[in-house]
Design a protein around this ligand. Structure first.
Ligand SMILES: NC(=O)c1ccc[n+]([C@@H]2O[C@H](COP(=O)([O-])OP(=O)(O)OC[C@H]3O[C@@H](n4cnc5c(N)ncnc54)[C@H](O)[C@@H]3O)[C@@H](O)[C@H]2O)c1
Length: 363
C-alpha cells in the first residue's frame, strides 16, 4: 500500500521518462533551444580558438597601467616586491600590505628609489577585521584600488599529522580566506567604475597534490576555484571592465618560501621571470598562467594515465616538498615549539639583496 502511494504524484502515476528527469530540468529548455545553444556555443568557441591562435602569433594588445592604483598583498618581500617594482615602473601608484614591517620599509624604499609612488601598510591578512579596516584607510589615504594582487602566502611544510591546527588554520586564513575579504573590500568600487583587475597568485600546488603540503595544496586548490568562479560571476553580472587572472607557478627560487625544496628534473623558476609573467598577464588580461607552460600538457595527461603513474611522477619530481628542514631546526620535531613561535615560513628574504637593475625589464 505505502509503495503504491509513493508511486503517485498529485494523484497521477508518472511515466517512465518523467520519473528519470529531475524536477528542476523538466520543461525548462525545448529541444530546439538546446540545439541552438549548442550551435552558438560551438561557433563562439571556434571563433575564440582562432582568435587565440592569431593572438599567440602576433601578440596580445597590452593595457596601459599608468595612473592606476595597485595593491599587492605580501608586497614586503619575495614575489610581491618584484611585482610591485614592475608595476611602479609602468606608472602605477603602489600600495603594499604585509605583516613584515621591515620588509615593507625595504620595498617602499626600493619603489621610491626608482621614482615610484608607494605606501606600505602593516596588515595581518589572517585577520578579517584588519583587512576591512586598512582597506577603508587605503581608500581615504590613497584612493580607489584598480589592481588587486592577492599574493601573500604561507606554508607550513609538514606531514598533516605533524602540523598543529593553528598552522593549518593560518594557511587557509592567509592563502584563501584573505582573498574573499580583500575582494569584498575592493571589488564594489571596481564594478562601479567598470575598471579593475584581480590577480590570484595560486600555485601549481593548486592542481597537483604533494606530500607534506596537504594544507598548502588544498588552500591553493581553493584559490584556483575562487578565481574561476569569480570570473564567471562577473560575466554573469555583465561586468566587462573587471578582469581576473590566475597565476600558477611551479617552485620559485630566491623568494624565501620554497628555497630548500628538493625538486628534480625541472629547475626552480626565476622570481624575476615569474614577476614579469604576472605583469604580462595583467596587461594582456590573460585569464590564467601556468608557469612553466609545459604544465598545461602535464595537467591534461594526469587524467589520461592510471593514477599510480601520476603519483610516482610527482614523487620522482619532488622527493621532499618541505620548505624548511625541520629536523635541522629541531631533531625531535616538536608539534608546538617551546618559544611559541611557529616554524611557519612567512618572513621573506630581503629583496634589497637583488640588484635594482633586475627590476628594469619592461613587460
Ligand atoms: N616560492 C614559490 O616557490 C612559490 C611557488 C608557487 C606559488 N607561490 C606563491 O607565490 C606567493 C608569493 O610567494 P613568495 O615565494 O614570494 O613567498 P614569500 O614568503 O617570499 O612572500 C610571502 C609574503 O607574504 C607575507 N605574509 C605572510 N603572511 C602574512 C600575513 N598573515 N599578513 C600579511 N602578509 C603576510 C610575507 O611577509 C611575505 O612578504 C605566495 O602566495 C606563494 O604561495 C610561491
Amino acid at each position: 500500500m505505502s509503495v503504491e502511494t509513493h508511486e503517485y504524484i498529485n494523484g497521477l502515476r508518472p511515466g517512465p521518462l518523467t520519473r528519470e528527469i529531475p524536477e528542476c530540468m523538466r520543461d525548462k529548455y525545448t529541444v530546439l533551444q538546446s540545439i541552438m545553444d549548442i550551435a552558438l556555443f560551438l561557433a563562439i568557441g571556434i571563433a575564440n580558438i582562432i582568435q587565440a591562435i592569431y593572438r599567440t602569433i602576433v601578440g596580445y594588445p597590452k593595457k596601459d597601467l599608468k595612473g592606476k592604483i595597485a595593491l599587492v598583498t605580501g608586497g614586503g618581500g619575495g614575489l610581491g616586491s618584484l611585482i610591485a617594482l614592475r608595476l611602479a615602473r609602468l606608472g602605477c601608484t603602489i600600495v603594499l600590505w604585509d605583516i613584515n614591517k621591515q620588509g615593507l620599509e625595504d620595498t617602499v624604499k626600493l619603489v621610491k628609489g626608482i621614482g615610484g609612488k608607494c605606501t606600505g601598510y602593516v596588515v595581518d591578512l589572517a585577520k578579517k577585521e584588519d583587512i576591512y579596516r586598512v582597506a577603508k584607510q587605503v581608500d581615504r589615504e590613497v584612493g580607489k584600488v584598480n589592481l588587486l594582487i592577492n599574493n601573500a602566502g604561507v606554508v607550513s611544510g609538514r606531514y598533516l599529522l605533524d602540523t598543529p591546527d593553528h598552522l593549518i588554520q593560518r594557511t587557509f586564513d592567509v592563502n584563501i580566506l584573505a582573498h574573499f575579504w580583500t575582494v569584498k573590500a575592493f571589488l564594489p568600487s571596481m564594478i562601479e567604475k567598470n575598471d579593475g583587475h584581480i590577480v590570484t597568485i595560486a600555485s601549481m600546488a593548486g592542481y597537483v597534490g604533494v606530500s607534506k603540503l596537504v594544507d598548502y595544496c588544498s588552500s591553493k586548490a581553493a584559490a584556483c576555484g575562487f578565481d574561476e568562479s569569480l570570473r564567471l560571476e562577473l560575466q554573469d553580472k555583465g561586468v566587462k571592465g573587471v578582469k581576473t587572472s590566475l597565476i600558477c607557478p611551479f617552485f620559485i627560487r630566491s623568494t624565501g618560501m620554497f628555497d630548500d625544496v628538493n625538486s628534480r628534473f625541472l629547475p626552480q623558476l626565476s622570481s624575476n621571470d615569474v614577476a614579469d609573467r604576472v605583469v604580462l598577464s595583467i596587461r594582456t588580461n590573460e585569464p590564467f598562467a601556468l608557469i612553466p607552460g609545459i604544465f598545461r600538457i602535464m595537467i591534461c595527461l594526469r587524467w589520461l594515465v592510471p593514477y599510480q603513474v601520476v603519483g610516482d611522477f610527482i614523487r620522482l619530481m619532488i622527493p621532499d616538498a618541505s620548505p624548511v628542514d625541520h629536523a635541522a631546526i629541531s631533531p625531535s620535531l616538536p608539534t608546538v615549539p617551546s618559544d611559541g613561535t611557529p616554524h611557519v615560513k612567512h618572513e621573506s628574504r630581503p629583496m634589497s639583496l637583488v640588484p635594482p637593475e633586475r627590476h628594469d625589464r619592461q613587460v
